[in-house]
Design a binder for this molecule. Structure first.
Ligand SMILES: C[S@@+](CC[C@H](N)C(=O)[O-])C[C@H]1O[C@@H](n2cnc3c(N)ncnc32)[C@H](O)[C@@H]1O
Length: 258
């Protein structure tokens, strides 16, 4: 509640500071002074806002209140086309944050190291990164294991293009512009997922239906709700969780598909 109060108070002070600075600049012009340039009015608003919030808001607000009017003024100087371009780039990059509630964030080097150790230890020949982002995980692994096959699925257009370009010389690495939910995982020994908590149960169900009996799911950081992982591996600041298939009797149809 206190947090909401400070956010509300911060925006109120910002708005008031801008109104006061505009009124003061009007008075200066009325009294025969020069018309104040926009950047000076914005700086004045920043100063007023910072001083007004000094005692009542958390300290980090001071910088925000000082800089915000100048940034708003700077934004107004830009051609609206720049905002449109920025929005388009954002959509092309973060398309799946809206569609599947999985935004882009990248696995670090420690994760690639941990996956490489799993691939070496676990006899993985066909590895898939579901939601491969810009393809840097796959590119690093494909370079390290030229005799194994790597596949990535990505539907954020810009990320897909970057991943394709990154892996263009790697014969053992394929990137597909395809929704991984609409793709069979039957051909993979290991599936790597760095997604969000939201789809994990669905990922696990697909794993149970489609991966070969010895297949493994490696999920960075996000657990399958209600399921104990088979193993945990350190991967920098995160854990790499490993899930296998449940031991269950297969139906005749499943046996023939496996
Ligand atoms: C958190 S990022 C991980 C990127 C990369 N795997 C890594 O570890 O650096 C998740 C990626 O999954 C992609 N994604 C989410 N849902 C998807 C779907 N249904 N099909 C294909 N890609 C998807 C997003 O666009 C995003 O690039």
């Amino acid at each position: 509640m206190r947090r909401y109060f400070s956010i509300l108070a911060g925006f109120l002070i910002l708005a008031l500071a801008m109104v006061i600075a505009l009124m003061l600049s009007g008075k200066v012009a009325q009294w025969g002074g020069d018309v104040m340039p926009g950047w000076a009015i914005a700086s004045l608003a920043g100063l007023i806002g910072m001083l007004a919030g000094w005692a009542i808001l958390p300290a980090w607000w001071r910088g925000v209140l000082l800089a915000a009017p100048l940034m708003i003024w700077g934004g107004l100087q830009l051609h609206p086309g720049w905002f449109l371009a920025a929005a388009v780039v954002l959509i092309l990059l973060q398309y799946n944050a809206v569609r599947h509630r999985v935004p882009l964030y990248r696995s670090g080097r420690a994760v690639i190291g941990a996956l490489a150790r799993r691939i070496e230890a676990g006899d993985v020949i066909r590895f898939a990164d579901i939601g491969c982002g810009d393809g840097h995980v796959l590119a690093a692994l494909a370079r390290r294991f030229p005799e194994r096959r790597f596949t990535g699925f990505e539907t954020a257009p810009l990320l897909y293009l970057i991943a394709r370009w990154r892996c263009r010389h790697l014969e053992n690495c394929r990137i597909h512009f395809r929704d991984f939910w609409n793709t069979s995982w039957r051909d993979f020994d290991a599936v790597y997922a760095f997604l969000s908590p939201e789809p994990m149960l669905r990922v696990w169900r697909k794993l149970q239906r489609e991966l070969p009996t010895s297949g493994k799911l490696y999920s960075l950081s996000f657990e399958v709700p209600g399921m104990e992982p088979d193993a945990l591996f350190g991967a920098g600041q995160f854990d790499l969780l490993c899930y296998g298939k449940l031991n269950r009797e297969l139906t005749a149809a499943e046996k023939s598909a496996d």
